[in-house]
Design a protein around this ligand. Structure first.
Ligand code: NAD
Length: 431
């Protein structure tokens, strides 16, 4: 792969300028993909907008007796292939537009995996770190009540996201079930296994990132054994991907958390480094020959770079300094549109988030099936079925990549958009 550079670009070939909101990026990606697919422009026009966005106020009594009112959203983008599916985040910067953009991505993520779901995203504009556990429980139960009419196992199925976790899903499922008068585990995924959650759900996005990394490395005639990897973010996605790749013989030379990273050219002992779930933000406490900043980590000369922390880390500022041969997106939206163009121009393949981290929603689908059938799967079965689903999606995207001579992101979008458009075309426009 060549790594030639050209003069600095502030604007992408599609006219994107940084910073760009999630909904702007999502619309731009849809429009770009639509140019590559033979699709009725009326369907594209429909897909530029969410089907519905629900905005609710969520009043809760704080522990000191005062009442605080938060704003919550559930943006439902498209359900032509099945019930809406997507996370709920508790974060101070949650907005209507962010939920719409992230909901659109969920539509493509479910479609590229060929899951019978559409896309949605929601959340509450709140800083969960400022709430006690009791306050979070009251907030979740009241939010569940406010959105009860628009969610359900055949309607819209939330899951954990930033600031929410299995406990949050347990409260939501309990509040919904109480109002329905029956235990309804299929209303949410990402629950604790004891109430219908799936084994292997926590590790699934990291596992799919590792599987896709293995496949792309082999595609470029290399072997995962000995491949050098740098991973930003050591949470559910980053740590699980790092440990699996390490197990398969890759040399994980650098990992980081929000405080910075550690580096060992001979390879780190990934199992010994505490993940976000076991000990938050403790990566730097692990002994290693060198430390690196998060900025430096993104520019390390490695075979594979996996940004697995937050969005918008590969930008117009640093895309020319990326020295990795391949980028696999572990986080959602780590590459801005401008950076994506620069990396394409530099011939650095970027395997997109909607494929790479889709193991999460895929195991959520397994969880939903287990809930409907009231029968739990073993961890071994979850791993086997996830491997099969990832292989199927990878093969479809790889074939499109080969046939169409496009980027990996375009190939994934072509597969996803074609499936959604065909379903719309087949069902027609009502009335
Ligand atoms: P997490 O909270 O488990 O871990 C996040 C990690 O990133 C932590 O190590 C944290 O210290 C680090 N981090 C946070 N801000 C950082 C920054 N500015 N710079 C460097 N490191 C930083 O989160 P996660 O579940 O692993 O999610 C990571 C990304 O993957 C997010 O973009 C998320 O949306 C996406 N994702 C998660 C799932 C899932 O089910 N967990 C599924 C698909 C996609």
């Amino acid at each position: 792969m060549s790594s030639q550079t050209s003069g600095p670009t502030e604007e992408s070939s599609t006219g994107a300028v940084e910073p760009e909101s999630a909904v702007e990026t999502a619309r731009r990606q849809l429009e770009h993909a639509a140019e590559l697919v033979d699709i009725d422009p009326n369907i594209v026009e429909r897909l530029r907008y969410p089907k519905k966005v629900h905005e609710v106020t969520v009043p809760i009594e704080r522990d000191d007796g005062t009442v605080e009112v938060y704003t919550g959203y559930r943006a439902q983008h498209d359900s032509v292939r099945g019930p809406y599916k997507g996370g709920l985040r508790y974060h101070p910067e949650v907005t209507r537009d962010e939920c719409v953009g992230l909901g659109m991505w969920m539509t493509w993520k479910c479609a590229v995996m060929d899951l019978p779901f559409g896309g949605a995203k929601g959340g509450i504009a709140v800083n969960p770190k400022e709430l006690s556990s009791d306050e979070k429980e009251r907030l979740t139960r009241r939010f569940a009540q406010e959105i009860r009419d628009v969610i359900g196992p055949t309607v819209d199925i939330p899951a954990p996201d930033m600031g929410t976790d299995p406990k949050t899903m347990a409260w939501l499922m309990d509040a919904y079930s109480m109002q329905q008068g029956e235990t309804t585990p299929g209303v949410v995924t990402g629950k604790p296994p004891v109430i219908g959650g799936s084994e292997g759900r926590d590790g699934a996005p990291g596992r799919s990132v590792a599987i896709v990394t293995r496949e792309v490395v082999e595609y470029y005639d290399r072997d995962v054994a000995g491949t050098s990897v740098a991973i930003q973010g050591y949470g559910s996605v980053g740590a699980n991907a790092a440990r699996l790749l390490d197990e398969w013989g890759a040399t994980v030379v650098a990992v980081s958390d929000v405080n910075g990273g550690i580096y060992d050219p001979d390879g780190l002992d990934t199992a010994a480094i505490p993940s976000h779930a076991t000990e938050p933000e403790a990566v730097m406490e692990h002994e290693a020959p060198q430390t690196v900043s998060n900025e430096e980590l993104l520019e390390l000369d490695v075979d594979v770079l996996i940004p697995a922390a937050v969005g918008n880390v590969l930008t117009a500022e640093n895309a020319r300094d990326v020295s990795a041969d391949i980028v696999v997106e572990g986080a959602n939206g780590p590459t801005t549109t401008v950076a994506d163009d620069i990396l394409t121009e530099r011939d650095i393949p970027v395997v997109p988030d909607i494929l790479a981290n889709a193991g999460g929603v895929t195991v959520s689908y397994f969880e939903w099936l287990q809930d409907i059938n009231r029968r739990a799967w073993s961890l071994e079965r979850v791993h086997e079925e996830l491997e099969a689903e990832m292989q199927a999606a990878w093969t479809e995207v790889r074939n499109t990549f080969d046939d169409r001579d496009v980027t990996w992101r375009d190939a994934a979008y072509i597969v996803a958009l074609s499936r959604v458009a065909e379903a719309h075309d087949s069902r027609g426009l009502w009335p």
